[in-house]
Design a protein around this ligand. Sequence first.
Ligand code: ATP
Ligand code: MG
Length: 463
Amino acid sequence: MARKPVTKVDIPSKVLSATQKFQPVVLTLPEAHPRQYELINAFDHNPGLRFIAGACGTKFGKTYGCTIRLVKEAWENPRSLNWWVAPTFDQSIIALNLVKRLIPQGMYVEYKADRRIVILNPDGSERSEIQFKSGDNPDSLRGFAVNFFIIDEAARIPYESYESVLTTVTQTRGRGIVISTPNGRNWFHQVYQWGEKFLANGAPRFLPHQTGCSKTKGCGCPNIDPHPEWMALRMPTAANPHVPRESIEEARLNFPERRFKQEYLAEFLDDSAGVFIKIYDCMRGTFEQPQEGSGYIIGVDLAKHEDWTVLMVMHRERKHVVAFERFNRIEWEVQYAKIKDMSDKYNRALCVIDSTGIGDPIVETLRNGGVPVEPYKISSNIAKRQLIEKTRVAIERGKISYPQIIPLLHELEHYSMEITPTGVVRYSAPDHEHDDCVIALCLATWLADTEPFVYKFSSRKGI
Ligand SMILES: Nc1ncnc2c1ncn2[C@@H]1O[C@H](COP(=O)(O)OP(=O)(O)OP(=O)(O)O)[C@@H](O)[C@H]1O
Ligand SMILES: [Mg+2]
């Protein structure tokens, strides 16, 4: 397949007023290599497509290719706001420098302090804008109306930042490319899966809507694509003709096999360092009000020092998290009142509380106040292991479910395991990370997962 220039686009003369006689300026973008072309131009061939998840090997040309698309979007769409989001500011500056090389001299102004570039019309007026962002602060990514975005090295950006970026295109119906080398099975893997439209054997994963269908949500057609706005593409490093073949072969010999598969073949590997896998397979449903006749359990992780108190309410039979509260007040009166209120609201739900340390007096107070409580002591490593491992298995087998609770998803993704030189397994959150949501979920799962008691007795006479 012959390589084609991505496009030649000119600023149309209709942007000029009648009295002005500026020449239209033509933007000539560099040639994309064939697989890069396929990726960055997928929007042009797939109406209805809004998001592309590109899993690509290192040096595939992710950054180079996406700057081409970004400049094209900004150039062609007057008054548009376009974003480049990378894990750090330093990384987004790499893209900024590439972008500057693509726009003709004199056709843009750079605002260095704000890390933004304004593209100009031939008469010098402002046409559109490109901003370069860091993904490390999700709050700084909210509140804008963005028309087009790139999230580069997406698998190294927290889930919350991705969510913030998506909120910016809700009103504009904007589009974007989420591109990365895989990094375990985190949210990037999830959106990649949404975009996969074919099974491994090449058969379509979904059926089209039935004829005459209104195509609205919940239309009832069987096995339709729940994420038609997503497309996934996987590209290995070797697809970049500008990377010498021998470098890839050297890497194959010098890297551990798993690492090579992830970095060069862009394969999603099981997250061996992480404790919980298939986290996103259990993310479904919504919060629910209490239902008459239903039993509920509340996993309670009490705040110690500067932590949070977390209440995780689980429907006992369906094992679905129906309510969640997280607050960082450590006065025990406040904690007591909130736990009691939640328990009362959910049909006098049974509260499972870590009773180590400050938990003991609270358990007593709640009991005296008529709240059903079951203490669980996480004081020993064995007790903690049992607690975590039960939930680990429950998630892996899809036995529990929870709505999209961002702090919970974040903690589950980052929760880690260490094996000491003597072979003892220790579970904990990494430094500077919380684990209160994980613990609250585990406490709720611990009891919810208990099979209903079956009273067994055997008679001494063997009857
Ligand atoms: N279409 C192209 N034309 C010429 N060179 C290209 C093209 N695409 C990529 N390259 C070159 O390939 C190399 C890798 O590109 P780039 O840095 O964009 O890859 P990447 O996938 O972002 O890599 P990394 O994994 O390091 O982030 C660079 O030297 C770049 O200039
Ligand atoms: Mg790059």
